[in-house]
Design a protein around this ligand. Structure first.
Ligand code: HEM
Length: 511
């Protein structure tokens, strides 16, 4: 009995000590949060929903009500000015729309990508994802080495040599749309563009033929979509993994990320074999990815992982963004007959009955460029970027302490009337060659050293696909296909942009 009492006493003592310790730890944490509030509360911002969770409850509320979180950021930017603060636990993030600060921070290598977002893309729920690849590398030297190695695969000369592939894949899409037109089948343009952009990136970047338009069984499009959805939850909701309701989804996301990496390993090994056997391999992105790993003899586990990081990076960065842009462009053109007529006229003038689009043709279709730019103003399909601020700075007269994360959101800037008159109006004339250039408030491809490596690739690809579509088909939106955006971090038209397609005339054949 005495032994029992002794053990029970010890247990009670340990339990009480533990509770006291937890209470003290919690109070210390609350004090730390209070300290953070005192340090940052001079920066304007919306009232916090809760002392501990800050503005998190608003985020959850907006999401569960099906609203686009970027619209909330826009509303707050308009209310609180060029820099405002958001809190969540002990973390403070700043949202910046001040053009001078955007210029200073994004154009300089002094401000690294922040941990808050990019650490959460290193892995997805424990499964390595984009790792230290080009988009997510935060260490300047590691990033710079990769970027220099990748540059040749994006040089103007090399991109011009890709015109054949852009044409060939776009023609396959046109053939498919032709079949839809013949059978009067309504078409999800988003789905079609997803297939073609994935076909292009796998062919151009990795030398692999997928032919997704005719083989819908390949798991890649779903895997990419799953990873993108997963990455939004992983970066924005710290409690997501704790809820058993989400465990099935999390396991699917991890499987999807694993599938991409396993495929990457297979394709990389195949290319390595080809190189070792002295075969003639293209100077494509995959060849450059192999170079990031150094020589075969010195290649270690880290090098292997880095190659896979970049494989996943190009799959993710180089596909959905362009597909969504094209789908949004069709959505807007479907609503605006005058702009549609003008752009068709330009395509007819430049291409006539020519089937093969050349690099020179692309330069002549300036109104098409304007339409694509305007599409990315209203629908920036990668809506922003973020940086760490390592030293104290001043934004619009407000002192910003070192160690803060700043978000730069191109969706918000693109929709502010202080930057763009009548901002919700789709008006390609804003990007007329003679119009004033927006001053650090339009950056769909980001800006400065960490701007999109694939932007010229994306612009060429989008123009070829769009020009062929306009040359060959008339399209009309099915009802209910308008401004229905799904907010998954990247912006995507939820409705899929369903269209009826009709032939415009005989199939172009000339060269
Ligand atoms: C409309 C299409 C596209 C848009 C709107 C877009 C937008 C962006 C944005 C905003 C960033 C910066 C991301 C960040 O800071 O977190 C970025 C980076 C990047 N993008 Fe794109 N992108 C597009 C297409 C592509 C394509 C087609 C490729 C490849 C073929 C590509 C490859 C990359 C890479 C490698 C980076 C990282 C650059 C670096 O940090 O050095 N993107 N893109």
């Amino acid at each position: 009995m005495a032994v029992f009492c002794f053990i029970a006493g010890c247990f009670g003592y340990v339990l009480t000590s533990l509770v006291v310790f937890l209470v003290i730890a919690f109070l210390c944490y609350c004090l730390y949060i209070k300290y953070i509030h005192l340090k940052y509360d001079h920066i304007p911002g919306p009232p916090r929903d809760s002392f501990i969770f800050g503005h998190f409850p608003t985020f959850s509320r907006e999401r569960s009500n099906g609203r686009i979180i970027h619209d909330k950021f826009l509303e707050w930017s308009e209310t609180f000015g060029p820099v405002y603060r958001l809190n969540g636990l002990h973390v403070v993030t700043l949202f910046v729309t001040c053009p001078d600060t955007t210029k200073e921070v994004l154009m300089s290598p002094k401000y690294p990508k922040d941990t808050l977002v990019y650490k959460h893309l290193f892995n997805l729920f424990g499964q390595r994802f984009m790792g230290n690849g080009l988009v997510t590398a935060r260490d300047h030297d590691l990033w710079y080495r990769q970027r220099r190695i990748m540059d040749p695969a994006f040089s103007s000369l090399y991109l011009q040599s890709l015109m054949g592939t852009f044409n060939e894949r776009a023609d396959m899409l046109m053939d498919k749309l032709g079949e839809m037109a013949d059978t009067n089948t309504a078409t999800s343009m988003l789905h079609m563009f997803n297939c073609v952009t994935l076909d292009v990136i796998t062919k151009v970047a990795f030398g692999v033929d997928l032919d997704l338009l005719n083989d819908s069984d390949t798991p890649f499009p779903k895997a990419i979509e799953k990873c993108l959805k997963g990455s939004v939850h992983h970066t924005s909701d710290k409690t997501f993994q704790l809820n058993p309701k989400n465990w099935k989804f999390i396991s699917e996301v991890k499987d999807a990320a694993k599938l991409l990496r396993i495929t990457g390993r297979q394709w990389i090994n195949k290319r390595k074999m080809a190189v070792q056997n002295g075969e003639d391999v293209p100077k494509d992105i995959l060849t450059q990815i192999l170079k990031t790993a150094g020589s075969e003899e010195k290649m270690g586990k880290d090098d292997e992982e880095l190659m896979l990081d970049n494989f996943v990076t190009f799959f993710i960065a180089g596909q959905e963004t362009t597909a969504n842009q094209l789908a949004f462009a069709v959505m807007e053109l479907g609503r605006l007959p005058e702009i549609l007529a003008k752009i068709k006229q330009e395509v007819d003038d430049v291409l006539g009955m020519k089937r093969e689009i050349s690099f020179d043709h692309l330069g002549k279709m300036t109104y098409l460029s304007q339409v694509l730019k305007e599409t990315l103003r209203l629908y920036p399909t990668a809506p922003g970027t973020s940086r760490s601020i390592p030293k104290n700075i001043v934004i619009d007269g407000i002192h910003i302490p070192a160690g803060t994360t700043c978000f730069f959101n191109s969706y918000v800037c693109g929709r502010m009337d202080k930057f763009f008159e009548d901002p919700l109006k789709f008006d390609p004339e804003r990007f007329h060659p003679d119009a004033a250039k927006p001053y650090y408030c339009y950056y769909p491809f980001a800006l400065g050293p960490r701007s999109c490596l694939g932007q010229n690739f994306a612009k060429m690809e989008a123009k070829v696909v769009m020009a062929k579509l306009l040359q060959r088909f008339d399209f009309s939106l099915l009802p209910g296909q308008s401004f229905d955006i799904l907010d998954t971090g990247t912006l995507r038209p939820k409705s899929g942009v369903m269209c009826n397609i009709r032939h415009r005339g005989p199939t172009p054949t000339g060269t």
